[in-house]
Design a protein around this ligand. Structure first.
Ligand code: AP5
Ligand code: MG
Length: 213
């Protein structure tokens, strides 16, 4: 089963992805994680990606597609979940051109107020991509990853100033992307569902399972 998880920054894509990949034995491919790992490299591409992420802008389609192509082609036989890709119609068309069948597109819909609360409280374990929240989903021990005990970090782009740019980028491209997948769901054997993501982590997980089962 191949799934695309769409949604604004902080809508819970990464959090829900963690559950879904376990429940269905599929691989998570997160462009945010791939880009953050590339940005650490001390080369021209790494520096370019760092600067774009810090501005809250989208990285160019060309760079993202190049970085994600291999992971998609090498996906496990059980399938994959795309977290944060595609974000533009150009990326969606590039994905379609791989001829890999997408079964479900799930769009997490969330209010702006809730986004700010979630983003400003997020903690992250960088090596694994595990996500916590200071209030909503705290780690067992203060600022430590539950599994490894490593320190958790706050993402550099998780502040109210950068989130405004991230949201405006999201709104700039999202409507066309929704139109694209609405049409795809009418023409091809693909399901497109919007899910209200303002509720608790468990409630959203149950809604997603209902769609996917
Ligand atoms: P990326 O890392 O993908 O960031 P994003 O899209 O802004 O989304 P987030 O990761 O911030 O949020 P999320 O939806 O995963 O929420 P999470 O589960 O963590 O991308 C970063 C940057 O990389 C982009 O800005 C762009 O520059 C670039 N990029 C990435 N992909 C790209 C692409 N395809 N093209 C071009 N550029 C690209 O949850 C957030 C917090 O809320 C957590 O603390 C969590 O614990 C908590 N939480 C989650 N669900 C709930 C709930 N139901 N109730 C209460 N708390 C909750
Ligand atoms: Mg994420």
């Amino acid at each position: 089963m191949n799934i695309i998880l769409l949604g604004a920054p902080g809508s819970g894509k990464g959090t829900q992805a963690q559950f879904i990949i376990k429940e269905y034995g599929i691989k998570r491919i997160s462009t945010g994680d791939i880009l953050r790992s590339s940005s650490k490299k001390n080369n021209i591409l790494g520096k370019k990606i760092t600067s774009i992420i810090k501005q809250g802008k989208l990285v160019s389609d060309k760079i993202v597609i190049q970085l994600i192509e291999d992971s998609i082609k090498k996906h496990s036989s059980k399938g994959f979940l795309l977290d944060g890709f595609p974000r533009t119609v150009f990326q969606a068309i590039a994905l379609k051109q791989t001829l890999i069948k997408i079964d479900h597109v799930i769009d997490l819909i969330i209010s702006n107020d809730e986004i700010i609360k979630r983003i400003t409280g997020r903690l992250m374990h960088v090596p694994s991509g595990r996500i916590y929240h200071k209030v909503y989903n705290p780690p067992k021990y203060n600022h430590k990853d539950d599994i490894t005990g490593d320190d958790l970090i706050c993402r550099e782009d998780d502040n109210e100033y950068i989130i405004k740019n991230r949201l405006s980028e999201y709104y700039k491209f999202n409507k066309l992307l929704i139109n694209f997948y609405t049409k795809e769901s009418q023409l091809n054997n693909l399901s497109y569902n919007q899910v209200n993501a303002n509720s608790s982590i468990i409630t959203i997980n149950q809604k997603l399972k209902k769609i996917l089962d």
